[in-house]
Ligand binder design. Structure first.
Ligand code: SF4
Length: 409
């Protein structure tokens, strides 16, 4: 139950009002999470709950408002439902078995092209089947349940597990970078910015991934790194450090020691490293009056020398364009406002799902706005590119294209 919601595959139940979404969610979780009522429109805002689903492990399941909700508020609720749907890993259309498929349902499903885990639950199947809908749903993957939901719920669990295996899941931080038996060093500065008495999520997840991959790691502060490195009798497969300690860490280990940062690991896990590499290259062509949007994802506690509001604007003005204008947001602004930005610098996205970050990147790509993330920007600032990209051969090669000894051409 301690798995963060952002790390759980997201099952989103969607459909018309009174299709049986809330009953289904309750039956799956075997408790009354959603209010069930025969009155259409009982679920107004999306309700998300964590639970454990067999082979899939920890998942998050969301019950959404009906796609046919009415009035001004209804339209807003539908927007929220569609937003959740876009970010889902396993979208589940919940629809009555005995009625024809509506245009609204068809439209919503049409927006989910590219989600291989889409499935259909036909409810009220004890009232009979609409043959055309049944055939259509069978091609996608269906399960039929009775109303009130009793028979069919075990089949639904099994189909969710099967579909979940196809969902586009986030890689773990060290995916593809280490093998069983490898040894790693993780460098985690404990400075004023470090939370009291604990480590931050990317560090904790990387330690856990080390153990999951049957590797071992030494966790050390940057000050102690040099002395501990000297006495090692096994060369680390990889050294991972905090972006802000990059320069000191790089100076304290051999030049051929593979090195990267937690931010770069998470830039890959929570987004698309190649997009950020192209973003670094765009720094060379920033106009004098560049407008830069720093995009974070949650209301984290801000320090005096906060990275997004203080450090990055300061470094950008020192090294890229002195007159650059900075804007800050936690959500992508409306599309019509995006055109004014020359660049977006994204946070590490540690508290949100990969889908949520990819969704942002897709919109920014449509508007042709270069994006980079904190990790790549700080690695560039510290002169550590391309070294910090060496563990990722494709992105490393992409960075080298058009790059000279003196910098980015
Ligand atoms: S990196 Fe982004 S998601 Fe993670 S704590 Fe900071 S603002 Fe929140």
């Amino acid at each position: 139950m301690n798995t963060p919601l952002a790390e759980r595959p997201k099952i989103v139940l969607f459909g018309l009002r009174n299709a049986g979404k809330s009953s289904l969610m309750n039956a799956l979780m075997a408790l009354d999470v959603s209010i069930v009522s025969p009155t259409p429109g009982t679920t107004t805002d999306p309700v998300t709950r964590p639970f454990e689903l067999g082979a899939l492990g920890p998942v998050a399941i969301t019950d959404t408002a009906g796609l046919d909700d009415i009035g001004d508020l209804g339209a807003l609720r539908v927007e929220k439902s569609l937003e959740r749907l876009r970010l889902s890993d396993i979208p589940v259309l919940v629809t009555r078995a005995d009625t024809p498929l509506t245009d609204i349902e068809r439209l919503a499903v049409g927006r989910l092209q590219g989600k291989p885990a889409l499935m259909v639950v036909l409810t009220h199947c004890d009232s009979g089947y609409n043959q055309e809908k049944y055939d259509w749903a069978r091609a996608i993957g269906l399960v039929a349940v009775e109303s009130p939901v009793r028979k069919g719920i075990e089949e639904m669990r099994r189909l969710l597990e099967k579909k979940g295996a196809k969902a586009d899941r986030e890689d773990s931080p060290l995916e593809g970078l280490v093998s069983e038996g490898d040894f790693l060093i993780l460098v985690t500065p404990i400075d004023l910015a470090a939370p009291k008495g604990r480590l931050i999520l990317p560090q904790v997840e990387t330690i856990r991934d080390t153990l999951d991959k049957d590797c071992a790691c030494l966790v050390v502060k940057e000050r102690e790194l040099f002395s501990f490195y000297q006495v090692l009798n096994k060369r680390p497969r990889l050294v991972v450090c905090d972006s802000q300690a990059f320069a000191k860490v790089a100076a304290d280990i051999p030049a051929d020691q593979p090195l990267t940062s937690f931010s770069i690991l998470f830039g890959r896990k929570k987004g698309d490293l190649a997009v950020y590499v192209r973003g670094v290259k765009a720094l060379a062509t920033m106009p004098a009056d560049a407008k830069v949007l720093v995009l974070e994802s949650c209301a984290h506690h801000q320090q005096a020398d906060d990275i997004g509001t203080v450090k990055i604007p300061r470094l950008f003005r020192q090294l890229v364009q002195p007159r650059a204008e900075f804007h800050h947001a936690r959500q992508l602004p409306p599309e019509e406002e995006l055109a004014k930005f020359s660049m977006v610098i994204n946070c590490a996205g540690c508290m949100v799902s990969r889908n949520a970050v990819l969704d942002r990147l897709e919109v920014l790509d449509r508007w042709n706005i270069p994006v980079l993330n904190y990790g790549l920007f700080l690695a560039w600032v510290n002169g550590l590119l391309p070294r910090a990209l060496e563990p990722f051969p494709e992105e490393y090669a992409l960075y080298l294209q058009g790059t000279t000894e003196e910098g980015i051409s």
